[in-house]
Design a protein around this ligand. Structure first.
Ligand SMILES: NC(=O)c1ccc[n+]([C@@H]2O[C@H](COP(=O)([O-])OP(=O)(O)OC[C@H]3O[C@@H](n4cnc5c(N)ncnc54)[C@H](OP(=O)(O)O)[C@@H]3O)[C@@H](O)[C@H]2O)c1
Length: 245
């Protein structure tokens, strides 16, 4: 029987956890511990970083893990790189389970940028009302362009002063609905959206809403994680584990 480590924090990981639990497979779900009240999962949980590649290697050995499913967010690149290195060193099988990136449709007004720094640099000089839909971690980069008004959507209330002087925070946890995000953009008179190309359905409401309002989007492309086997469907992951759905 495989002993599985599921690296989580996404709706894909929640889907995978439900399937693994239903199949009665031995698996543990790993959260980074970023949010104050993580969503409950139908698998045993562990919470917090492993301590880099060496820490993850030690964990894999201690728990006799045979398979790692990396279902972290496409922008959680450090964790994915660590998983590649640790699994290779330990001889543990690894697959990524991730959503496909979004592709621009007719009516989208996207400007693609390679990373967060490039997104901050690509903002116009004139003050704009910006929906900065990038989560909490990288807001500091936008302190360098403080002339804009920023709308931030966060899961937990900020515990430290925010690095952008003119901002409003709304607290919410996805998945989000298109009509609600349309209302949010209108209520806050947003004229530009900054988003990560997360893919999937839970976060795309703002992108669909921006298209409906004809708003420009600065779309941050995904970071490189390194070479690994990747699946986009849970049934393929189960096949890889040697179990049908
Ligand atoms: N980045 C995003 O946009 C985003 C969006 C939604 C959800 N998330 C979720 O939030 C979590 C953190 O994302 P991040 O972008 O901060 O990751 P990251 O930058 O790639 O990872 C930084 C460190 O956090 C720890 N870590 C990350 N994911 C972990 C997991 N599932 N279990 C245990 N430790 C984990 C690892 O610490 P050690 O080196 O100590 O092992 C990792 O080196 C992930 O679970 C991710 O799926 C991220």
């Amino acid at each position: 029987m495989p002993r599985i480590l599921l690296l989580g924090g996404t709706s894909e990981a929640a889907e995978m956890a439900r399937i693994l639990a239903r199949a009665g497979l031995w698996a543990v779900y790993s959260y980074a511990g970023r949010t104050q009240s993580p969503v409950a999962q139908p698998l045993p949980l562990r919470v917090g970083g492993f301590g880099g590649v060496d820490g993850l290697r030690a964990y894999l050995a201690r728990e006799a893990i045979t398979h790692v499913i990396d279902a972290t967010h496409p922008f959680a690149a450090q964790m994915s790189r660590n998983a590649i290195a640790a699994c290779r060193a330990q001889g543990v099988a690894l697959c990524g389970f991730e959503r496909l990136p979004w592709v621009a449709q007719t009516g989208d007004r996207w400007t693609s940028v390679p990373d967060m720094e490039a997104a901050a640099s690509a903002l116009p000089i004139e003050a704009r009302r910006v929906f900065l839909a990038i989560g909490r971690q990288h807001i500091g980069l936008f302190g360098a362009v403080p002339q804009h008004h920023y709308l931030l959507r966060l899961v937990d209330p900020p515990t430290l002063p925010l690095p952008v002087p003119d901002c409003r925070v709304v607290l919410a946890r996805g998945p989000f609905l298109e009509d609600e995000d349309l209302a949010l953009l209108q209520e806050h008179r947003i004229d530009l959206v900054v988003a990560k190309n997360a893919g999937g359905t839970g976060a795309r409401a703002k992108i669909d809403a921006a298209r409906r309002l004809g708003l420009p989007v600065l779309m941050i492309e995904r970071p490189e994680t390194g070479a690994r086997l990747v699946f986009h469907a849970a049934e393929d992951v189960m096949g890889w584990l040697g179990h049908g759905l």
